[in-house]
Design a binder for this molecule. Structure first.
Ligand SMILES: [Fe+2]
Length: 328
């Protein structure tokens, strides 16, 4: 247990921590590209979401169902999620309230997503992540407001991966550096954050699953059908966006990281890709850019955007030689 005097409460702290589990025993079991259109929760009709639907976006939801089965089998201690919709202008923030609950409403689609959330947060891991991130030279803050309204990106990805909410979570904000700094500086931040996350997981002995809450191509329609779940109206924004998504999925699937690095900026520019917010780069860095073939569980459009549900099963490749340390 992290003692009170060692709690990270300020970005400038230099701290020494003592952990319950021996250092070095933690590991990342798997990572998931877990897009967060609220339509997916709306289409599923869970009891927590007030708006009700007649279904929709089934292919993506079927893909998520396969991920749920994998996560159940892995029995992780914690699921970490990095969300573009928890935007923090000053530094990288970590949820640090043991229990959070409330109502989260999507500001763009309030008629689809009004979700009564309740979650347990791994605050020890939050402290360890903050400590490791500070050591990487990042600006860090812990989110300690007990009434904090968790963003819909965090909630949708977590609900779709584990609707039972019986696994503690750790939410990480999207420091808005990708929108203020150069591409290279911004992604460097995410690579360091990923390295810090991996170090914290290993140090605390956590068996962790990661989730990058990102859509791929992000051009979308500005009108929706009278019935949002009318799937006869749903399709990718245009053929070019589809082609870009297929290119990037193929590189991700095959772990062709050098080509991914070269294509990444152009992909963002041509598709307004949400991965600009850094969630995917954070996760890939935390996984040390693994030499493992990713599994594509689903690809599908949501109001024109391109969404892929993908899995990197690190346990299956644990014996493989890792890619170059923490850098594309
Ligand atoms: Fe989004």
């Amino acid at each position: 247990m992290l003692s009170k005097e060692n709690s990270v409460v300020s970005p400038s702290l230099s701290i020494t921590t003592k952990w319950e589990k021996p250092p070095g025993s933690g590991e990342i079991l798997a990572g998931f590209l877990a897009p967060h259109p609220p339509h997916l929760v709306y289409g599923e009709n869970p009891s927590q979401n007030r708006p009700k639907s007649q279904g929709g976006w089934d292919t993506l939801r079927w893909g998520y169902q396969r991920c749920r089965e994998k996560i159940k089998a892995l029995k992780p201690d914690v699921i970490l999620v990095h969300s573009p919709h928890w935007q923090t202008v000053v530094g990288h923030h970590f949820l640090r309230v043991p229990k959070l609950s409330g109502l989260s409403v999507d500001p763009i689609f309030p008629h689809l997503f009004q979700y009564e959330f309740e979650m347990s947060v791994d605050v020890e891991l939050a402290d360890a992540c903050a400590e490791a991130a500070i050591e990487q030279g990042l600006l860090v803050k812990q989110m300690t407001n007990p009434n904090f309204r968790v963003d819909y990106g965090t909630i949708v990805s977590l609900h779709m991966l584990n609707p039972d909410w019986d696994i503690p979570i750790l939410g990480i904000s999207a420091h808005n550096s990708p929108y203020y700094f150069s591409h290279d500086d911004a992604q460097d931040q995410m690579i360091k954050l990923g390295q810090a996350t991996r170090q914290a997981i290993e140090k605390t002995g956590r068996r962790a699953v990661l989730a990058a809450s990102n859509t791929l191509s992000h051009l979308h329609f500005d009108r929706e059908p009278a019935l949002p779940e009318d799937m006869s109206q749903e399709h990718i924004y245009n053929f070019e966006q589809y082609q870009w998504d297929m290119k990037i999925i193929e590189l991700l699937k095959q772990g062709r990281w050098d080509e991914f690095q070269r294509m990444f900026p152009e992909f963002i520019e041509k598709t307004a890709a949400e991965i600009k917010a850094g969630s995917l780069m954070w996760m890939l860095s935390a996984m040390n850019f693994p030499a493992v073939e990713a599994q594509v569980h689903a690809y599908g459009p949501v109001i024109g955007t391109g969404n892929a549900v993908m899995e990197w099963d690190l346990q299956a490749c644990r014996s493989s030689k890792p890619h170059a340390e923490g850098r594309l």
